[in-house]
Ligand binder design. Sequence first.
Ligand code: ADP
Ligand code: ADP
Ligand code: MG
Length: 451
Amino acid sequence: MELFKKILIANRGEIAVRIIRACKELGIKTVAVYSEADRESLHVKLADEAICIGPPAATQSYLNITAILSAADITDAEAIHPGYGFLSENSQFAEACINSGITFIGPTPENIKIGGDKAKARQILKRRGIPVVPGSDGPISSEEECLKIIKKIGLPVILKASAGGGGRGMRIIEDEREIEQAFFMAQREALAAFGNGELYIEKYFPKVRHIEIQILADRYGNIVHLGERDCTIQRRHQKLIEEAPSPVLTEKLRKKISEYAVKAAKALKYRNVGTFEFIVDHEFNPYFIEINTRVQVEHPITEEITDIDIIKEQIKTAKGYPLSFKQSQIRFKGHAIECRINAEDPEKFTPYPGIIEFIHFPGGPGIRIDSFLYHGCKVSPYYDSLIAKIIVNGANRHEAIVRMKRALEETMIRGIKTNIPFFLKVLQHPDFIKGKFFTDFVQITQGNEKT
Ligand code: ADP
Ligand code: ADP
Ligand code: MG
């Protein structure tokens, strides 16, 4: 079987660059698409061909299905890689690709539909014996129903949007008097942000760790996991630092959670890549929370500890190759950490776009940079503030932490502000060093931040 000759990348920024790199190493030609704001962007310069698909607003460019399919058509691209965000979890887009005779590099439209319906995914997997957070069995449609569940599971609870993502569309209820307003607001926000106001409820655990399992699957029903990532360092439910392996999991718990993820993936006839997310409470009970049916921002830390190129596997399995290894052949080595470098004010966490006047990235042993920055390039206000991922690996967690500190200190970015000073504070915090923290770490260490 021959690999694809040409792939169109329906994304921008660091992930578009990451995918182009994988394609180059596989001998596949690449087509970049870009908005008018991204004309000079790195992914456009690195791809073999580039096509402008519309104005800066994502709704008119990176989310414009017709424009992207036309770009694939005129360039004879055989497949589309959607990256993360934008159209990556849009089942209609995956279907539209298939109907146009283009391979969608990702899970099946059915997989994507389940992943995008968080209330239903919980319901299905609970029936298959996967532990889910106590809460509603499927969606809830009224405040009364909300109250009934609270009477059963107790406060606090978290109201979530079935179609939610990116840490948005969640609301914590600590007092019964808040139900009416919380329900109304959450519904309205979900409708505005995701075009779907459906909500569900989970028990809210204030002290949890976020543990997720990377899954790889081919068309022939072979499913493997690449271990866990610990993404507990978050702010407002958005990940900031990720590490692999988790500093707190015992071998026994690691095995248990990975087996849940593989079992869940089998039950859903899962294909290509995906991440099964869990929270683990302070007594080390794991609960499934959601599936991300795409490549994850933090996939590089898994690549670093397994030596498996997740993007290449995604492309190969999408073409119809079987997985090139069995579970028993996957080896884990050392420890990897990623910091998400955002163009933002390090104190206020507000976006800080601008022109890069000077840039120097770190080097030396164990350091990997996934970024789209170059001297003189523009960090646009239109899109996500993620500008670079600094990934380090070391023989153990201690070496990885010391190396990350060195990498951040070596990094010089002028023209915009970044959250690097924030990461340097976290890295020297005694609780971070000990590995003793929960998802409220940033809130606690930053003072009176609201979640
Ligand atoms: P990961 O789980 O890979 O860390 P994130 O939740 O950080 O993923 O989301 C990855 C990217 O996709 C981010 O850039 C985020 O802004 C974007 N994103 C995630 N979900 C949505 C969504 N429902 N709508 C729009 N953008 C989203
Ligand atoms: P998204 O689709 O936005 O990624 P998730 O359901 O994955 O939403 O939740 C995002 C984060 O919110 C989790 O990583 C965790 O930190 C927090 N969270 C989600 N559900 C709960 C819960 N039931 N209790 C405590 N924290 C939660
Ligand atoms: Mg999530």
